[in-house]
Design a protein around this ligand. Structure first.
Ligand code: 5AD
Ligand code: FES
Length: 348
């Protein structure tokens, strides 16, 4: 039964039901089989290569109030910062010097950075020969289009949860349909699009998680970021229980079976709940890692959740550290820009 479902996901993903995905998620005995299959698929489609993406968290101002997030607008205990355009480009230069070819520009939803300001940053970074991923939250369709024309390559915006009711509880005044419309527009504009979700949110069950997987499959997401929910003490969810390592790894592995050629990161949140979390994710389907290049003192202030890793390290250490991590886990550091390379689905 269990193994039949895994085979069906690999060979005929369109015919897999929500119940079947939820069943795999609920079964713990055969998890080693799932992880082995995910690594097998990963090696078949992507070899042993891991792509590095240097992330710059350039502003922790946010106009939103997502219930789970440490930098939500209503958290007045956050020391807020904004990097200047020059500071951002300088960090991109450091990423380039470390031979990392993608820069991820991430911030809270911060309208201080206008279309033109970000346009200038994008142009300056593109002129270094780097690939750019934007992760700025929801902006106008017009802005998405403008930045794409200036050379922005990818856009990360997790769908957070595909359980519509839960989505609305966690995002006051917002709707899942709206998030979906933004992701579809980004696809239409030709971005490589990243969706993804948190695992272990309060009120989430295996059916909600199964919906996350089917959603990213139907969207044909180019990138899928999956991390455990970690309760932040200064949010309404402070007393909730964190997501587990095991469930998060199962989500990564299942996502790899559904989307064999997608780019799936071993997330920082996974590394934050377990010292080997990212290494384990690489071994069950993940093929991307995102070293942190946010300069101090800002880095510690970008606290979406507590106990985030890499806070005490020198602010240029993560590049070499993640390269060593990849090698120790038995994989290779890719020299390419790491675009999604679409491949025909193959029988296994
Ligand atoms: N725990 C884990 N992940 C979180 N994120 C935000 N808050 C938390 C938290 N408390 C994730 C969201 C967001 C990404 C940048 O960080 O999924 O999209
Ligand atoms: Fe940041 Fe290891 S990845 S210190």
């Amino acid at each position: 039964m269990y193994e039949d479902i895994l085979t069906k996901i690999i060979n005929h993903p369109d015919s897999v039901t929500l119940e079947e995905v939820a069943f795999v998620l609920s079964n713990d005995q055969l998890t080693p089989k799932l992880f082995a299959k995910a690594d097998e698929v990963r090696r078949k489609y992507l070899g042993t290569e891991v792509f590095l993406r240097g992330i710059i968290e350039f502003s922790n101002y946010c106009s939103n109030n997502c219930l789970y997030c440490g930098i939500r607008a209503q958290n007045t205990n956050v020391r807020r910062y904004r990097m200047t355009s020059d500071e951002i480009v300088e960090r991109a230069r450091i990423i380039n010097e470390q031979d990392i070819k993608t820069v991820v520009l991430q911030s809270g939803e911060d309208p201080f950075y206008t279309k033109d300001m970000l346009g200038h940053v994008i142009s300056a970074i593109k002129s270094l020969g780097l690939t750019i991923t934007l992760s700025l939250g929801e902006r106008s369709f017009n802005e998405y289009s403008y930045w794409k024309a200036l050379g922005a390559d990818r856009y990360l915006m997790r769908h957070e949860t595909a359980d519509e009711e839960l989505y609305e509880k966690l995002h006051p005044g917002d709707r899942f349909e709206n998030r979906k419309a933004h992701l579809l527009e980004l696809k239409r504009l030709g971005y490589e699009v990243g969706a993804g979700s948190m695992v272990g949110l309060p009120g989430q069950d295996d059916f909600s998680l199964a919906k996350d997987i089917l959603f990213t499959y139907e969207l044909d997401a180019d990138m899928i970021g999956i991390g455990p929910f970690i309760p932040h003490p200064e949010t309404p969810l402070k007393n909730a229980v964190a997501g587990t390592l095991e469930k998060t790894l199962k989500m990564v592995a299942l996502t790899r079976l559904f989307l064999p050629d997608a780019n799936i990161p071993a997330t920082t949140a996974l590394g934050s709940i377990h010292p080997q979390g990212r290494q384990m994710a690489l071994k069950c389907g993940a093929n991307v890692i995102m070293p942190n290049f946010t300069p101090s003192p800002y880095r510690a202030q970008y606290a979406l959740y507590p106990n985030k890793i890499c806070i005490m390290e020198s602010d240029t250490a993560c590049g070499e550290c993640t390269k060593a991590l990849v090698r120790t886990a038995g994989y290779t550091v890719s020299q390419s820009h790491g675009y999604r390379r679409r491949r025909m689905r193959e029988q296994l």
